[in-house]
Write a protein that binds this ligand. Structure first.
Ligand SMILES: [Fe+2]
Ligand SMILES: [Fe+2]
Length: 214
């Protein structure tokens, strides 16, 4: 099917449907099995389990935001091939969303109560980036993914040593996000000004600190 046959309104309605599924729907179906499948769920103390659950909740919020950013950009990106890349990346992030969702439940924790808010904010940012232009939009994706890679490396340090199941999930996510960043740069993403990169770091700090608690 030729994607160019769809109007802006068609795409907007499809994205709204996608948004409701992401935020309110059941655990999404992953295309790839979770890296944690088959790994033994090692016994964790109550505090270790709580910490792992909170960290996985932050990563789940990150994936909600990633979906929203990509989907927002897909609505406003000008070039069809850029739009296609955004939609493909959003589908890949769906695996991460499913894996973190499943792990949170295994750890007896819950996803963030503020997910609709995170989704709406990220969708708006993504849509604005798409309107500004494809090279900036792709640059924004590249920078986001680079910051997520750094953030995942930090969580891999903080995760309880015994929690191998969460660890392998985060390791695979880190590798995937690094690949997303490379693809965005190779597709023509421009490097963002330092002030924008700094704003993105502040925004992500607010999100991660809030999601740790709620
Ligand atoms: Fe992801
Ligand atoms: Fe990614």
């Amino acid at each position: 099917m030729n994607e160019r046959l769809f109007s802006f309104t068609d795409r907007l309605i499809a994205q709204l449907d996608q948004a409701l599924h992401t935020v309110c729907g059941p655990t999404p179906q992953a295309e790839r099995a979770s890296p944690g499948t088959g790994k033994k769920d090692a016994p964790l103390s109550a505090s270790e389990r709580e910490l792992a659950g909170r960290l996985m909740r932050i990563n789940h919020v990150g994936e909600i935001c990633a979906q929203a950013l990509y989907q927002g950009q897909a609505v406003t990106a000008r070039l069809p091939d850029v739009r296609g890349k955004m939609e493909q990346a959003a589908r890949e992030e769906n695996d991460h969303l499913a894996w973190t969702d499943e792990r949170i439940r295994e750890l007896g924790s819950h996803t963030s109560y503020l997910n609709p808010l995170w989704y709406a904010g990220s969708f708006a940012i993504g849509a604005i980036a798409g309107v500004i232009g494809d090279k900036w939009s792709l640059g924004f994706v590249a920078e986001t993914e680079k910051q997520v890679v750094e953030h995942l490396a930090e969580h891999l340090q903080r995760l309880p040593a015994a929690d191998e199941k969460s660890r392998v999930i985060l390791e695979q996510m880190r590798d995937d996000e690094g690949h997303h960043a490379t693809v965005a740069v190779e597709s023509g993403g421009a490097e963002l000004p330092g002030s924008v990169r700094q704003c993105m770091r502040y925004a992500s700090k607010i999100m991660t600190r809030t999601a740790y608690w709620i």
